[in-house]
Write a protein that binds this ligand. Sequence first.
Ligand code: ADP
Length: 279
Amino acid sequence: MQPRNNLDQASVIPDALKDFTIVEEPFYRASGEEVALFEAAYRMRIPVMLKGPTGCGKTRFVEHMAWRLGQPLVTVSCHEDMTAADLVGRFLLDADGTKWHDGPLTMAARLGAICYLDEIVEARQDTTVVIHSLTDDRRILPLEKKNEVVRAHPNFRIVVSYNPGYQSVLKDLKESTKQRFSAIGFDYPDDLAEAEIVAKEAGVDSAIASALVRVAQRSRNLRGHGLDEGASTRMLIHAAMLTRQGIPIAQACRMAIVLPITDDPDVREALTAAVSVCF
Ligand code: ADP
């Protein structure tokens, strides 16, 4: 399938963004109306927040959408030590003196790309406010250190992911940041869809994929009983891949799911018991 870009004027991707262009279609199994909702927000240049638990397909979705829309995707994994300069850019010393280097946000805004801030709540609030002027109708980014105001390219969009489970008083978005976004809700796919994803991504047969989905469902029932989150689709894919290397399925589940997900011996035991009844 060729990427479709019927939403914007056909645009030439600048050389600096060539590496950020997704050439092959990323497999994405839709669960609802998310593709149409994203396209509507894209057309209207409304910033989008993808909300859902870790490993449920948010990043894969944005990669798929960037490919579908024929737009480069600049991804930033947010973390608490990230500064505004990491997003915006900074002067760096080289042989000829100091030279300005655009950060990923500035590059996406200047040249026209989708900028994806993954796990935005991980960044400090004083860092995330730099996106404010880009996420309202001004669509500008003032570079104070450089004495320049970047006007966002027509194809610039901002997308963030946000895991409501990680939210706490200390880690949350400012109300003024949240209110700039539209949101699309994500969750783990239903069992048939999740088995299809695991089978396709890991290259295993549907019987193994379905058994792993049952493991995931049981682990998700332990949410709030010792586990913050159950096994993600990503973990199931890892377990499935290990079985392809000849690791017995129970051991693969221990390695890819039980041990990484908890340090609590009682929860581990409960999870191991839950795994053993799935095969
Ligand atoms: P998130 O960004 O929500 O943490 P990812 O998008 O990285 O999660 O998903 C983890 C992995 O699970 C992906 O790399 C992909 O293999 C698989 N996956 C999850 N949901 C889907 C889906 N709906 N379609 C295709 N693959 C999916």
